[in-house]
Design a protein around this ligand. Structure first.
Ligand code: C2E
Ligand code: MG
Ligand code: MG
Ligand code: MG
Length: 295
């Protein structure tokens, strides 16, 4: 019996090994395939940008977040959570970010002609970009090219920026501040690093991650953590933005706790530039609560 069991275990081990090798190969193949597809998409300018509004406590649109979009002819729509990591690992993130920045800045410039009050344009910056030594000059160049004031732009970064060379990160962030853009800490509440960077880095905004918003209206612990995060941001005099707001109860709770701005499907999904232009026109710049289904 023991022999049979041993044999079975060995065999299973070997099968597992083969399975993992195959699985690793499959993942590697997929990456290579995606990388090649991304290079072609960069070449043919197939990346686009969608815009998701952010509103203040009175639901007035104060800005948008630019989010990369990619529809591949065979793969269909590929989510950023799939292609951004590949771009980050292959160095394609720099050309991709330049494309996103260029489109976003041009859109912001066009909306300026449509509105009295400028909208803040937020763009995500991957931590890898902080390693290229002219990233600040590149952003400055794109601002000049678009004729957009730096004060209208917010750059969203994540805590992982501080995990590598944090001296360098401080220097780059200070240069960005000197350029005149504002800086936001994205996905706040999901990282593992100490909170000391909140004091050391020149951040203007913190964005409370969706994981601290989902369930806030009926889960005591989520609500308590969100409340603590908001109050920390407020005491440090940061603008506090809530991400992933999906219903009115969440909005009301977050507003009551002192959140300054709100972003999420309750207000709008990310939409194309044209659709956002129409949204601005139709709403007059304020996204009113949907009419109650029961009169
Ligand atoms: P993020 O920067 O935290 O962006 C917010 C994500 O949450 C977006 O996903 C948005 O569509 C989604 N979202 C917004 N409101 C809601 C909501 O109410 N419910 C739910 N379930 N989701 C909501 P998306 O567009 O798929 O992007 C995912 C992530 O990919 C972004 O997270 C960001 O980290 C990254 N990303 C997207 N575009 C870029 C880019 O141009 N550059 C870089 N470096 N990263 C990007
Ligand atoms: Mg973001
Ligand atoms: Mg986020
Ligand atoms: Mg997020």
């Amino acid at each position: 019996h023991a022999d049979v069991a041993m044999y079975a275990a060995k065999n299973r081990g070997r099968n597992n090994f083969q399975f993992f090798t195959r699985e690793l190969n499959r993942v590697a193949d997929e990456r290579l395939h995606l990388e090649a597809a991304m290079r072609a998409a960069l070449e043919s300018q197939s990346f686009t940008v969608h815009y998701q509004p952010k509103v203040d406590h009175r639901r007035r649109i104060v800005g948008v977040e630019a989010l990369a979009r990619w529809t591949h002819p065979e793969l269909g729509a590929v989510a950023p959570d799939r292609f951004i990591p590949v771009a980050e690992e292959t160095g394609l993130i720099l050309p991709l970010t330049r494309i996103i920045l260029r489109q976003a800045f041009a859109a912001a410039r066009r909306w300026n002609q449509q509105r009295a009050k400028p909208l803040c344009m937020a763009v995500n910056l991957s931590p890898q970009l902080f390693l290229s030594d002219d990233i600040v000059a590149q952003v400055a160049g794109l601002l000049r090219e678009a004729d957009l004031p730096a004060s209208q732009v917010e750059l969203e970064i994540t805590e992982s920026v501080f995990m590598g060379d944090s001296e360098r990160a401080v220097a780059v962030l200070s240069d960005f501040k000197a350029l005149g853009v504002t800086l936001a800490m994205d996905d706040f509440g999901t990282g593992y690093s100490s909170l000391s960077y909140l004091r050391r880095f020149p951040l203007d905004t913190i964005k409370i991650d969706r994981s601290l918003v989902t369930g806030i209206e009926h889960e005591e612990e989520v609500a308590m953590i969100a409340r603590a995060a908001i109050s920390l941001g407020k005491s440090l005099r940061k603008t506090v933005v809530a991400e992933g707001v999906e219903n009115q109860a969440q909005f009301d709770f977050l507003r009551y706790q002192g959140c300054d701005e709100f972003q999420g499907y309750l207000l709008s999904r990310p939409v194309s530039e044209d659709d956002f232009g129409r949204l601005l026109e139709q709403t007059g710049g304020t996204i009113l609560p949907a009419a109650s289904p029961v009169a």
